[in-house]
Design a protein around this ligand. Structure first.
Ligand SMILES: NC(=O)c1ccc[n+]([C@@H]2O[C@H](COP(=O)([O-])OP(=O)(O)OC[C@H]3O[C@@H](n4cnc5c(N)ncnc54)[C@H](O)[C@@H]3O)[C@@H](O)[C@H]2O)c1
Ligand SMILES: [Zn+2]
Length: 353
C-alpha cells in the first residue's frame, strides 16, 4: 500500500522475516533504534549491529521525551554520513514517536524506515506521520508531522506481545470498524473471537483494512485541520483515561473505553439507539477483559481535569466526536462537563458488571 503525503509517497508492506534489517545494517549510513524488549526477544533473528550505531529504548511514557531524542541525536551526529544518515527504528508507538521526532529534526529531516512491533503501531499509528513527545507533565505536547519513507509489518512480532498490549491494539482495530458503520460492526462482531485467539490470517485483513480506512482520511487532510479530526472519535475520553490512570490503561484500551463513553452521550442525545451502542459495548468488553479498572481513576474532577489538559480542547465547553444519526461521525463543540461525568459513570458501571 502506498500513502501519498505532502512530504513524499511512502509504502507499507507485510514481510515474513527480518532479513531487510540485516541488509540495512551492512550500510555505513544506517543507525538503529530498537525497543529494548524487542531487541532481547528477537536477538536471534536480528543482525549484529555495528558498534556505535544502535540505541535501545525502554518503552515507557516517561522516556518519550526530548532528552531521549537528544541522546539519539548525539550518537547519530558522530556518524560520518550526516545528511545521508538513514534511521531504522523497530518498536511500538513510543519508539515511533521518539524516532519520528529524531527523523524530522536531525539535519532538517532524514531518511527513516520503521518496523512497527506492536499491533497498535501496525494497524494505526505507523501511517499518518504524527510524532509526539510528552513535556512538563503534558502528554504529546511537542510534536510534528513526518512520516517514515517505508514501513514493514512483521506480524510475528505480535506473538510476544503481552495480552494487555495485544488487546490494546485491538482497541484501534475495533474503532476503525465502528467508524466504518454497520458493515464494519457486523464484521468485527463476527471475527473478534478469532482475532483474540491470534488468527493472524484474519488479523492481517483487519490491519490492512484499518490502514486503508485511515489512508482515506490522512490523504485528504494530512495536517489534522478537517476530516482527519473525525479519527479522533473516542480519543477525547480515551486520552483522559490514559492520563488519569497514569498509563495503567494502555492507549488502545483507553480508546475502547472512550468509545463506550462517547456512545453513551450519542444515545442520550438521540443520535443512535441503545441497541446499537450495546452491540459496540459487547465487542469492547471482550478486548477489555485483562484490564482491571480502579475507581479512583474515574473520579469526576480527575477526568474533567485530564480532558481540559488535552491540547485539542480550546473552548469553554468540551469538544468531542460522536456517532450521529445515519451512523456518520460529527464533531461537536458543545459537550457539557455533566454529560461527560454521566458517560464516565456509565462506563464504570458496565465495566464492573
Ligand atoms: N504517533 C501516533 O500517531 C500515535 C498514535 C497512537 C498512539 N501513539 C502513542 O503510542 C504509544 C503507545 O504505543 P504502543 O501501544 O504501540 O506500545 P508501546 O510502544 O507503549 O509498547 C508497549 C509495550 O510493549 C512492548 N513491546 C513492543 N513490541 C513488542 C513485541 N513485539 N513483543 C513484546 N513486547 C513488545 C514495549 O517494550 C512496551 O513494554 C503512546 O505513547 C501513544 O501516545 C502515537
Ligand atoms: Zn489512537
Amino acid at each position: 500500500m502506498d500513502i501519498v503525503s505532502r512530504f513524499k509517497t511512502y509504502s507499507v508492506d507485510f514481510v515474513d522475516d527480518l532479513q531487510g534489517i540485516a541488509t540495512l545494517s551492512a550500510s555505513d549510513e544506517t543507525f538503529f533504534v530498537l525497543d529494548r524488549k524487542v531487541y532481547d526477544l528477537y536477538k536471534k533473528e536480528l543482525p549484529a549491529f555495528p558498534e556505535g550505531r544502535l540505541f535501545l529504548i525502554n518503552a515507557a511514557e516517561e522516556n518519550k521525551n526530548i532528552d531521549t531524542v537528544l541522546q539519539i541525536c548525539e550518537q547519530m551526529t558522530n556518524m560520518a554520513s550526516k545528511r545521508n544518515t538513514h534511521l531504522v527504528s523497530v518498536g511500538g508507538g513510543i519508539v515511533q514517536d521518539i524516532t519520528g521526532f529524531v527523523a524530522t529534526s536531525l539535519y532538517r529531516g532524514i531518511r527513516w524506515t520503521f518496523y512497527p512491533s506492536t499491533l497498535l503501531a501496525a494497524c494505526d499509528s505507523c501511517i499518518g506521520g504524527k510524532s509526539s513527545l510528552n513535556y512538563k507533565g503534558f502528554k504529546n505536547l511537542l510534536g510534528s508531522f513526518y512520516p517514515p519513507d517505508e514501513i514493514f509489518i512483521y506480524q510475528n512480532f505480535f506473538r510476544t506481545l503481552s495480552p494487555r498490549d495485544y488487546c490494546s491494539g485491538l482497541g484501534e482495530v475495533v474503532k476503525f470498524n465502528v467508524i466504518a458503520g454497520e458493515d464494519g460492526i457486523e464484521k468485527i462482531e463476527r471475527d473478534i473471537d478469532a482475532i483474540l485467539g491470534h488468527d493472524y490470517k484474519k488479523l492481517q485483513q483487519y490491519v490492512e483494512t484499518s490502514l486503508a480506512f485511515k489512508k482515506k482520511f490522512i490523504e485528504k487532510d494530512e495536517f489534522d485541520r478537517g476530516v482527519r479530526i473525525l479519527l479522533n472519535f473516542a480519543h477525547t475520553f480515551g486520552h483522559a483515561f490514559e492520563v488519569s490512570s497514569n498509563y495503567a490503561i494502555p492507549h488502545g484500551s483507553a480508546v475502547a473505553l472512550g468509545m463506550m463513553a462517547a456512545n453513551y452521550i450519542s444515545v442520550q442525545r438521540g443520535f443512535i439507539s441503545e441497541d446499537y451502542a450495546l452491540r459496540i459495548e459487547k465487542v469492547c468488553h471482550k478486548i477489555l477483559q485483562n484490564i482491571e479498572l480502579q475507581k479512583e481513576w474515574f473520579d469526576d474532577a480527575t477526568i474533567i481535569g485530564a480532558i481540559r489538559k488535552d491540547k485539542k480542547q480550546t473552548g469553554k465547553n468540551i469538544t468531542a466526536v460522536f456517532i450521529q444519526k445515519e451512523h456518520t461521525l460529527g464533531i461537536y463543540h458543545d459537550v457539557k462537563e455533566q454529560e461527560v461525568i454521566q458517560a464516565v459513570n456509565h462506563v464504570i458501571d458496565i465495566s464492573q458488571s
